[in-house]
Design a protein around this ligand. Sequence first.
Ligand code: HAM
Length: 417
Amino acid sequence: MINAPKGTKDLLPSMSHKWQAVERAAHKITALYNAKQVRTPVFENAELFLRSIGDSTDIVNKEMYIFDDKGGRKMALRPEGTAGVMRSFIENNLGESLPLKAYYIESIYRYEKPQAGRYREHHQFGAEFFGSELPVFDVELLCMARDFLREIGFNDLVLRINSIGCPKCRAEYNKALRAFLGAVGDRICDDCKRRAQTNPLRALDCKVPSCREVYKNAPKISDYLCEECRAHHRDVVDGLKMNGIEFIEDDKLVRGLDYYTRTVFEFCDGDLALIGGGRYDGLCEQLGGKHMPCVGFGCGIERLIAAADARGIEFENNAPKLFAAAQSDSARATCDRIVREARAAGISAERDLMGKSLKAQFKYADRQGFALAVTVGESELASGECVIKRMFDGATFSAKLNDLPSVCKSILSGERG
Ligand code: HAM
């Protein structure tokens, strides 16, 4: 027996309605905001991620699936969605009519220590908005994220938000942070000692509890923002208030990717982020494009569904509608026809495909959650009349075999008792 790779999860048929509901919500809400779907390859040149996410991040340092292909090129399975979408934006000259709003639903690969809410393959619904540096752009994206969460049934997730400034003000902040990290050097982990040299902001993202305790007293980025970044943040926050989005300002929120500028945010369920994102005004230029202000988010679908389950949020489950049960072999051809006609009328339908007894057919129909069942035997074949059973309450309705689709429709729509 060969098992699935550690840290991966199959999407089982019994769960698929939840995934479909999430994807439906994503397609519906993005359409309301005039966002269009993109699909990029599951693997890219590894260099793309090194240059965008940052070579001192955990994602690049510890978690990327890198391999040489048969042509000797260094490839990587995508460890996040933004870099690939940006590569596609530049390569395909998508910036002719701005703003451009793109979204994706895709698998993501990170070699993480498998635990609850952390997988080596997970899936994200993500959105990337290209073209405006105005605070209203950040607010537009956050409204879309909020509307998506509402569509699923989340009304109370906490939005944490911060500004991590632009390269200009961040340079000042990095100096102060480096000095702080130097002073507390004997109380922080080895990774953070290294981060203090290479990229001090990354230390604030450290997951080691003792480091997190020490960083409670670290200098705050909010004290170092330049006037433009401060004004941008103030306007974003005002826009959130105007749109009724509740938030907490969290000046320790820095996120785990290097491309962010100014706004960073997470929608959290307890300690776990369901949605994370922010602005990344420098990434396009960094990858060889022109100056292009952008803002985006990624939502972990596995985490979202687990959080919804924990809250008892129900996902629409389209139960199959009509089961045609054959009482004898001579009735099977008629069941076949009933099913064909029902499907042609848009009613999901099935009949026995395994030679089961009538009792076993009904057991199957019950377990599958069919709404209606019709039994066809000698007397139905002779009279052309049948009885439809409504499974949830056992109510029965008589119908002509030739008229089943329209009778089923009226029962299903509630027109009949
Ligand atoms: P991220 O915060 O690394 O951001 O991931 C986004 C979301 O994906 C997280 O909030 C979480 O729900 C989910 N997620 C991340 N890692 C895992 C994992 N190992 N297992 C399960 N779920 C996970 C990004 O990836 C950015 N590209 C988001 C973004 C888009 N920023 C701007 N545009």
